[in-house]
Design a protein around this ligand. Structure first.
Ligand SMILES: Cc1cc2nc3c(=O)[nH]c(=O)nc-3n(C[C@H](O)[C@H](O)[C@H](O)COP(=O)(O)OP(=O)(O)OC[C@H]3O[C@@H](n4cnc5c(N)ncnc54)[C@H](O)[C@@H]3O)c2cc1C
Length: 374
């Protein structure tokens, strides 16, 4: 006897968005299980909140492109938008960054080259003479991760989905042709469909079922909200400035400046904390290419970006564990790809055809399949 149509493990953007898609597709009595007392406490609540066409490997770019119209449709549904224009300015200040910009970034469709003077006009904080080459992604946006998460959560509940917080999954075992999910309060859920969307913890959850790991690695990334010294040339609509070599990024955040050293420090899954050295590095690297003279921060945080070995999203089950689906490896793109990725994951989990709009944008389910990792 199945108590629930599906159990989704993990209440970040991945789990919540696929849960909303599954209930909308007619799955009855789905349950979303989140270990923490509230949803979105980990990576989802800690992002830089950007939507950048052309970001990540080609399979991620396809999902980001396919998400654009879906973001619009979600905005219509919600009565407010989740994206606001903010072009991305890629800046090369060293010979190596100039090579990356010319050989790796400019060949991407949505990127246009800018001369150094134009780059300074676009971002007056840049130190004159520091820029060797630059490019702009005009169509990039600021995203609203928490608003998006909240919208998916509301849709899930409105259509009959159940959310349990403070519900850490501690057991996953076969039960007939389905699965029995055990929660740390002793409760159990019997279902045919399990979706493991547990971010950095996904391989640990798979281990509960005796399933082989996907080989995910969690990498810490730090963000600092820096005070802008009086008179510094920062405007609210400045671009999201990103080093061409991924050594720093900076964008206005209210009356402050959000900065990051763009580090990737491998870690065990957990509650990532910012390292003081990374915060100092972010200020130092941004100061080196600007006239800002940043000295102090208002707040800092860190989160874990989780990648499969080939950095593509992972969606699906394995032949030896039918019905035990993975939806993980969103890396640094879990917000910008969420609408299309959730639709893809729901179609894979339900074994139905992928929506046509995803196919039009070059999304091919096989590029994300967990079976590629075997
Ligand atoms: C600094 C930083 C900047 C970023 N910037 C961007 C950006 O600009 N644009 C973008 O698109 N993306 C960005 N990202 C990436 C994006 O935030 C992630 O891809 C996305 O949030 C991942 O969501 P998730 O749901 O997979 O993970 P999470 O939000 O971590 O959710 C996983 C959940 O699973 C739960 N869980 C774990 N184990 C169990 C268990 N046993 N039982 C029940 N629940 C469990 C956890 O408690 C957690 O809530 C950034 C990330 C970071 C850290």
């Amino acid at each position: 006897m199945r108590s629930h149509g599906a159990a989704i493990i993990g209440g970040g953007i991945a789990g919540t968005s696929v849960a909303a898609e599954l209930v909308a597709a007619g799955v009855e009595r789905p349950v979303l299980l989140e270990a923490e007392p509230e949803l979105a406490r980990h990576t989802t609540g800690r992002s830089a909140a950007s939507y950048i066409p052309g970001h990540g490997p080609p399979s991620t770019q396809a999902l980001t492109a396919a998400s654009e119209d879906r973001f619009e449709a979600l905005a219509d549904e919600a009565g407010h938008g989740f994206l606001r224009p903010r072009p991305v300015l890629r800046v090369a200040t060293t010979a190596e960054e100039e090579r990356v910009l010319r050989e790796e970034l400019l060949p991407l469709g949505p990127v246009t080259e800018l001369g150094p003077d134009d780059a300074v006009r676009r971002w007056p904080a840049l130190r004159p003479g520091a820029v060797r080459a630059a490019a702009v992604v005009e169509d990039a946006r600021d995203a609203d991760p928490i608003g998006l998460h909240q919208h998916y959560r509301q849709r899930f509940r409105a259509l009959g989905g159940e959310i349990r917080t403070g519900a850490r999954v501690v057991g996953l075992g076969r039960r007939g042709s389905g699965w029995r999910v055990t929660v740390d309060d002793g409760g159990t859920i019997d279902t045919d469909l399990v979706v493991v969307a547990a971010g950095a913890w996904t391989d640990r959850v798979l281990a509960l079922a005796g399933a082989a790991p996907v080989g995910l690695t969690a990498y810490r990334r730090t963000i600092a909200i820096a005070r802008i010294p009086p008179g510094a040339p920062v405007r609210p609509d400045d671009p999201f400035a990103v080093s061409a070599g991924d050594r720093w990024y900076a964008k206005p955040e209210g009356t402050h400046l959000l900065v990051s050293p763009s580090e990737e420090t491998p870690q065990e899954p957990g509650d990532a904390r910012p390292d003081e050295l990374d915060v100092a590095l972010a200020l130092e690297r941004v100061n080196a290419v600007t006239t800002l003279g940043l000295r102090s921060v208002v707040t800092t945080w860190a989160g874990q970006r989780t990648f499969a070995p080939d950095r593509a999203l992972v969606v699906g089950d394995r032949p030896e564990h039918p019905g035990l689906h993975v939806f993980a490896g969103q890396g640094g793109s879990g917000i910008e790809t969420a609408p299309a990725a959730a639709a893809l994951a729901a179609s894979v989990v339900l074994g139905v055809e992928m929506p046509a709009d995803l196919r039009r944008h070059g999304v091919r389910a096989a590029d994300y399949g967990v079976r590629r990792i075997l």
